[in-house]
Design a protein around this ligand. Sequence first.
Ligand SMILES: Nc1ncnc2c1ncn2[C@@H]1O[C@H](COP(=O)(O)OP(=O)(O)OP(=O)(O)O)[C@@H](O)[C@H]1O
Length: 299
Amino acid sequence: MSSDATRGAPEAGRDLMSGAEPEVGSGKTDPILRADGVRRSFGGLTAVDVGHLEVQRGTITALIGPNGAGKSTLFNVLTGFDRADAGEWTFQGRRFDGLAGHKVAQRGMVRTFQLTKALTRLTVLENMLLAAPGQRGERFVGAFGRWLWTGQEAANRERAMELLARFKLDAKKDDIAGSLSGGQRKLLEMARALMVEPAMVMLDEPMAGVNPALVQSLLEHITSLRDEGTTVLFVEHDMDVIMGISDWIVVLAQGGVIAEGRPADIRSDQQVIDAYLGAHHDDPDAGADGRGDRKEGQP
Ligand SMILES: Nc1ncnc2c1ncn2[C@@H]1O[C@H](COP(=O)(O)OP(=O)(O)OP(=O)(O)O)[C@@H](O)[C@H]1O
């Protein structure tokens, strides 16, 4: 799917979406994820109600929408961390609805999590090793089992160190994760997700709380992942980031998809401007995460 012409050139990345129509529920030429009728309610509130959604393999797809639109809930449901009330979805052609979170991750769909309090007390390397695949542990008994286990540990350690070097965190491997800056934590969250060599990574607000100096570096990591063939699905509020690196954008409002398309399609979609880009003007927090208001009224 990836083409040399698009490597490292987000603008040209639009070619990755050839054949996809900018309309809700549009079919993609090579969808890695297909979801149908996904619904999740909390009491009387419908948090997610998505009719049909396909995510094109090998692209950066952004999931955007106003606060409370259902982005996190959709992430949680798709990755097995929350249960849908209804819906079916496949990942790489296999049914994933009803799968537990750890199985979803083992099978290649991994989301990042903010480092919990417990994880911030561990070292950077320990965080990486905890995210490693093949935690076989007690299933293995006897000398042969221990030998296999040791081999797995060594492989995990090697992969962890490679990833830490890639994200320039190798010198911090023995530091307590809680001592990292906001941006370094985001890098660690991404590096942790890559321990299982996922086919798709789902990033939850990768730029939130990141020092501007690190934003560019994070953006480069995300586009390199895409260019290496990993599909990236991310939730983000920063419009400059969204418009700058996305091949495709899916807009949620009140649980449903109201628009899909390339950045240029989304920017000029009146419904999106009304439901989201415009809404940012009314958001008292817009200065913190809603740089989108700058985009309102743009063609
Ligand atoms: N566990 C829960 N219990 C009750 N209501 C919930 C729960 N989780 C989410 N909701 C509600 O579901 C709706 C969707 O929330 P969700 O967090 O998915 O939105 P979001 O688009 O991720 O918002 P944000 O951009 O603010 O993170 C909101 O109205 C929210 O209050």
